[in-house]
Design a protein around this ligand. Structure first.
Ligand SMILES: [Zn+2]
Ligand SMILES: [Zn+2]
Length: 324
């Protein structure tokens, strides 16, 4: 198989552009198109980060498909490099991959990085969803230059961009990432439940209630330490507080908890993310208004927004707004 040499002529120009990110999919669990979700969007988890001359994609939910289309319009026949960081391999975080145009184009070089899938290796999980009963093109037949690598370390670099990973509280292996740029940092935790409902086995088997709670609170402190001072935190806020009561153990958070965590960690801007597929635009808006009310009641400076498909955010603008 012949692949084009990768000479990325645009990377110098991109290295000097301000760091920014764009939401391509903000929904959790399953795509939810329809008139009720037109404003915030129905595609599942996908974020594009541009920093230090790199194009870093977080998660391969169905939002990856329109991103692929735009990348092909941008690069056409020219060679380009992409890095895809996966938080975990639940459907809503990998389903866009078979429909991502660049993987069928030899001028694209894609590195997929992630931690081991729940029971199988990352390669097996990602190629498995393209096997014959599910999809017409086998992963091995892709003409593009796609590399899958399992991460072992919690800190690494994508080109000159420093990245850290930390474990989310979610069934199976699931991480969040923090990406450090010259203009500030962004942390991405699409799926995360309050630690008081633990998804990992306790280090002490049969620990009593107090030991279990202490352990949960210690885990939460670690999470707070990981996201401390981040400019943008994109965090699982699937439910409202009332709904959460009947979804304990599902692996997802709620708005009040997301605000508490962001305030504790001194985050500058919180983006509510992983919107419930049954929540229409009006519901997401009311959850956003509730989050802002909670912040105002604390007289805190935290900015809050609800992630919306197509929304572009410059990291430097967040810091400027926080200072002004
Ligand atoms: Zn999810
Ligand atoms: Zn998940």
């Amino acid at each position: 198989m012949k692949t084009a040499p990768i000479i990325d002529e645009d990377s110098k120009h991109r290295a000097t552009s301000p760091a920014r990110f764009k939401f391509w999919g903000v929904r959790g669990s399953i795509p939810s198109p329809g008139p009720g979700t037109v404003r915030y969007g129905g595609n599942t988890s996908c974020l594009e980060v541009r920093a230090g001359g790199e194009i870093i994609i977080l998660d391969a939910g169905t939002g990856l498909r329109p991103l692929g289309r735009e990348l092909m319009t941008e690069f056409k026949d020219r060679p380009f490099n992409l890095t895809l960081l996966l938080t975990h391999t639940h459907w809503d975080h990998i389903q866009g991959l078979p429909f991502f145009r660049p993987i069928y184009e030899p001028q694209c070089r894609l590195r997929i990085l992630g931690y081991e899938g729940a029971r199988k290796s990352l390669v097996n999980v990602l190629s498995g969803q393209m096997e014959s009963p599910y999809f017409p093109v086998l992963f091995d037949e892709l003409p593009g230059n796609v590399q899958i690598e399992e991460l072992k370390e919690l800190e690494f670099r994508v080109g000159s961009v420093r990245v850290q990973a930390w474990f989310a509280n979610h069934p199976g292996i699931c991480v969040g990432y923090r990406i450090f740029t010259d203009d500030g940092s962004v942390a991405f935790f699409p799926d995360n439940e309050p630690h008081t409902r633990l998804h990992k086995p306790l280090p002490v088997p049969k620990a009593d209630g107090k030991a279990a709670l202490d352990y949960a609170l210690a885990q939460e402190e670690k999470m707070v330490g990981f996201i401390r001072g981040v400019d943008a935190l994109i965090l699982d806020s699937q439910f409202d507080a009332e709904e959460y009561k009947s979804h304990v153990g599902w692996g997802h958070g709620y708005v009040d908890y997301a605000v508490t965590l962001a305030l504790k960690a001194g985050v500058k801007k919180l983006f509510l993310f992983h919107h419930d597929p049954d929540h229409d635009d009006t519901k997401v808006e009311s959850m956003l208004a509730h989050a802002r009310k909670l912040v105002a009641a604390q007289k805190a400076s935290l900015q809050v927004d609800a992630a919306r498909e197509g929304m572009v955010v410059e990291l430097a603008a967040i810091a400027k707004q926080a200072a002004g």
